[in-house]
Each structure stands twice: as C-alpha cells, then as structure tokens.
Design a protein around this ligand. Structure first.
Ligand SMILES: NC(=O)c1ccc[n+]([C@@H]2O[C@H](COP(=O)([O-])OP(=O)(O)OC[C@H]3O[C@@H](n4cnc5c(N)ncnc54)[C@H](OP(=O)(O)O)[C@@H]3O)[C@@H](O)[C@H]2O)c1
Length: 244
C-alpha cells in the first residue's frame, strides 16, 4: 500500500512503541488518528510532532477496558477522516505480577479485555467500514516470547498467543481486500521503572545479536508490512533472534 494520503488508527499511539509507529506513518504522509488512554499530554505532543510532517493528526482517548468505548474508536476516526485504511493494534498491558498462582480474576479480565477483546472489536469495526473494493491493512503488535511456552507472564502470554492466532485467522477471513500481519517484539524498550542499562544487560545475556532493538526499528518493520501488498498472515519476529 502506498502510505501517502492514507489514514491510520494507532492504539496507544501517543507513547513509546506506538508513538514511533505514529510518527513513522506521519513522516510517510499518512494521516493519523492517535488513540490514547491516560497519556493526554504525551498525546498532544505526539499530535504536534505528527502534524509537523504536514498531515492531519487527531487524538482520541478511550479506555480499552470498556467494550462500548472501544467500539466508538473506529466510528470516531471515520467521522474525522471519512474512512480508515490502516489499523495498528499496539496498545496492551504487561503487568509485573502475572504468575499462574498470582493472577486473580480481575487481572485476568483486564488483560483479556485490553490485549485481546479490544483488538478483536477494533478489527471487526475496521472491516465493517472498509468498502469492499478498497485495500486495507491491519498490523497487530505481538510478543515474540510466546514462541516458547514458558509460564512467566502467564495470562499476558495467553492474550498475545490468542492475538497471534487471530492475526492468522483474520488473514484468511479478511482476504482479499484487507491484509492482516503482525510484528512480534522481543527486547525493544525497558519496562516502566527500568532503565536502558537493564535492557542492554538483558540483551547482552539473552539475545544472539547481543543488543536490544528500538521503537524506531519496530516502526520501520510495521511500515514494511503495510507497503507489501502480497504479504498477509505474516508475523515478523523483531527480537534479534532471542526466541529462535
Ligand atoms: N516494549 C517492549 O520491549 C515490548 C516487548 C514485547 C512486546 N511489546 C508489545 O508492544 C506493544 C507496545 O509496547 P510498549 O512497551 O510501547 O507499551 P507500553 O509502554 O506499556 O504502552 C502501552 C500502551 O497501551 C495503552 N493502554 C494500556 N492500557 C490501556 C487502556 N486501558 N486504555 C487505553 N489505552 C491503554 C497505553 O496508553 P496510555 O499511556 O495513553 O494510557 C500505552 O500507549 C504492546 O502491545 C506490547 O505488548 C513490547
């Protein structure tokens, strides 16, 4: 897909990996609808940075825990832009305590609502608004760790495993007009509260390429998937070989 003049919704598009994707799309000439949850000030800053590329950028707050609110996102974007060509399901939560024994029902529900139900509802709404003769693209942001069935981050892994499966299922379901791909991230950014040193040391020990990735590398690969019109159902690991 040629990105110039297209319109994209990016969930969690105001900060960190989502911000890098938003700004890379804007730099490529794509109008951006930046969804955010709590990051109101960063959303305004990202909106201004996107507008500096000469495209239209809108911001929209929606709590992904709330199904009704989630279902308002695509209609709000179509009201702003007329239609949506691209959906990037980036937003997710990654709780520190999420073991088999330590995950209570409230945390389980929150993880599944935000990390899986919200992308499902957004894909549904996105597909429903696409004219059947115009191409569309979905990219889901996944986690490369689910390639190995270790029990850490128990419920989080299950949400991302299901989203991985949903990516492949929707590649079938939404063909031929909508491509559905994913990027599966490894060590990209340190978790909140941890510095770059933490990630560098972790990558040195665990990643074959002995260095972490970056949000910019993720954004480049998302744009690559969007531009390739013969790729669908592709999950691109961006993990420096960590989960081979
Ligand atoms: N960072 C990594 O190295 C890494 C590794 C593997 C996979 N990933 C995946 O890559 C993606 C981005 O990672 P990241 O580290 O940039 O994530 P992050 O810093 O944790 O940001 C998560 C985003 O999700 C949004 N969000 C969370 N809960 C929400 C809610 N209830 N309602 C609305 N928005 C909500 C946040 O929006 P607000 O801030 O506006 O609330 C934020 O923009 C995620 O899908 C993550 O699982 C990242």
């Amino acid at each position: 897909m040629e990105l110039q003049g297209k319109t994209a919704v990016i969930t969690g598009g105001a900060v960190r990996v989502g911000k890098a994707i938003t700004l890379a799309l804007a730099e490529a000439g794509c109008h951006v609808f930046i969804h955010y949850g709590r990051s109101a000030t960063p959303a305004l800053e990202t909106q201004q940075a996107a507008q500096a590329y000469g495209i239209r950028a809108e911001i929209y707050s929606a709590d992904l825990n709330d199904a009704t609110v989630v279902q308002s996102i695509i209609p709000a974007a179509t009201a702003a832009f007329g239609h949506v060509d691209i959906l990037i399901n980036n937003a997710a939560i990654f709780p520190e305590e999420d073991s088999f024994t330590g995950t209570d029902l409230a945390l389980w529900d929150e993880l599944f609502y935000i990390n899986l139900r919200a992308p499902f509802l957004l894909c549904q709404a996105f597909a429903a608004q696409r004219p059947s003769d115009r191409p569309g693209c979905i990219v889901n942001v996944l986690d490369a760790r689910v390639r190995r069935p270790y029990p850490d981050h128990f419920a989080y892994r299950l949400t991302k495993s299901a989203l991985w499966q949903m990516t492949e299922m929707l590649a079938h379901e939404l063909a031929p007009h909508i491509t559905v791909n994913g990027v599966a991230l490894g060590a990209i950014l340190p978790p909140p509260g941890k510095g770059q040193d933490y990630l560098d040391n972790l990558a040195q020990a665990r990643v074959p390429l002995q260095r972490p990735g970056s949000a910019a590398i993720v954004a480049q690969n998302v744009l690559h998937l969007l531009r390739q019109d013969f790729l669908t159902g592709v999950i691109l690991p961006i993990d420096g070989g960590e989960f081979l």
